[in-house]
Design a protein around this ligand. Structure first.
Ligand SMILES: Nc1ncnc2c1ncn2[C@@H]1O[C@H](COP(=O)(O)OP(=O)(O)OP(=O)(O)O)[C@@H](O)[C@H]1O
Ligand SMILES: [Mg+2]
Length: 364
């Protein structure tokens, strides 16, 4: 009597089943249900698979890796597990906001502050470079048409050219950059009235060949004037990052800034406390020059995320003055570290918001 060949248990299906319990922390969904596990293959006792992160800057890679390895090990038989990592950033569909999304740009976010001189441009530039260093496709628009500082901070000098009727952005550190500073003469005073601000921003956004971007970051002029209003009417924003120094007067402006963005239906991605403290290089003593922790308290009180503290460090300023922002030193650099933390936080908040906002209903 010939025995029937034994049907091998489907080991790939068993792996997928085991992984169905692993959660993606920002989506609050299972990795498998969210289709973030792909190409599960089993060869003997060796397992290989691809895991898709919600952003190259996702802060959850270590957690997900640990959970995936634990879940597979729980099956008992696998001896090796090889994970290929990739990332797909979700798109802000602009639910409930004005304007059309920029073709090819998945998320546009503004860096704003209630007060001038708190380090907004420095944060915008370093966030951008940090996201790029982490592997995201990111562009930077200097939306401060009154006092464009971005070109200097990135060491860019030159005029953009027209290509197929679109302005080709200049590039630094792998990032396409556009600034009014490229189009006006240095030192020239430009007087902008409200409608001109909107017109200038429209051109910088819509007449520029940005290409495919996960994130386009816009550095805004200080305060709650024309620029944030115009920007939010030109295209849907994934959100705004608010930069503040820790002292009470700055925090009053943070509250105003948050109220403004809420009125414009722009989500606040979070608050960053800049110039949070100073550590003396010779003694290691810590000085809280502008007080400390106020931005975190204000964020908690207003129910918005806190994205981290950046110390006052002369190296930050010197690096910007030399056109080589500290984030270009990479994620393991101590001075650059807080900007990378903030970049991961921003990516995470955008993922959460995009997941929470439904796609617009199809028009029937
Ligand atoms: N964490 C920091 N440590 C040291 N210097 C900093 C830090 N952040 C910013 N600076 C410096 O403070 C100055 C003001 O920063 P920045 O231009 O980024 O502020 P801003 O909010 O964009 O100003 P504005 O309101 O004029 O646009 C710059 O010289 C910058 O190099
Ligand atoms: Mg600025």
């Amino acid at each position: 009597m010939t025995s029937l060949p034994q049907v091998p248990p489907d080991r790939a299906a068993a792996v997928t089943q085991a992984l169905s319990r692993v959660m993606e922390p920002d989506l609050q969904r299972g990795l498998v249900a969210a289709r973030l596990v792909r190409d599960v293959r089993v060869d003997g006792n060796n397992v290989s698979l691809t895991v898709v992160l919600t952003s190259p800057a996702s802060p959850h890679r270590e957690t997900i890796e640990r959970d995936v390895r634990e879940a597979i090990a729980g099956l008992g038989w696998p001896s090796t597990v090889e994970i290929t990592w990739t990332a797909e950033v979700s798109t802000n569909t602009g639910f409930g906001q004005e304007g059309d999304v920029l073709a090819g740009v998945k998320n546009t976010l503004a860096v704003a502050s209630g007060k001038g001189g708190v380090g907004k441009s420095t944060v915008a530039v370093n966030l951008t470079v940090a996201l790029r260093e982490l592997g995201a496709k990111v562009g930077l628009l200097d939306g401060d048409i009154y006092g464009p500082n971005v070109p200097g901070m990135l060491g860019i000098d030159g005029r953009p050219i027209l290509e197929n009727d679109k302005i080709k952005p200049l590039s630094a550190f792998g990032v396409p950059v556009m600034s009014m500073g490229f189009l006006t003469d240095p030192g020239q005073a430009v007087i902008w009235r409200g409608p001109m601000v909107a017109q200038a921003l429209r051109q910088l956004l819509h007449d520029v060949a940005w290409g495919e971007l996960d994130y386009l970051i816009v550095d805004l002029p200080p305060g709650t004037g024309d620029a944030p209003l115009s920007l939010s009417q030109l295209l849907p924003l994934s959100g705004a990052v608010i930069v503040s120094t820790p002292q009470e007067v700055a925090l009053q402006d943070v509250r105003r800034g948050i109220a403004m963005f809420e009125k414009l239906r722009v989500p606040v991605l979070g608050v960053i406390e800049n110039m949070s403290y100073f550590v003396s290089p010779d003694t290691g003593a810590r000085f809280e020059i502008f007080d400390h922790g106020g931005a975190r308290r204000a964020a908690e009180e207003l129910g918005v995320p806190f994205l981290g503290e950046i110390p006052l460090d002369p190296e930050v300023r010197i690096a910007s003055d030399n056109g080589r922002p500290v984030a270009s030193r990479g994620k393991d650099d101590a001075v650059a570290g807080p900007y990378f933390e903030a970049a991961r936080g921003v990516a995470s908040e955008i993922t959460k918001l995009n997941a929470a906002r439904p796609d617009p209903l199809p028009v029937l």
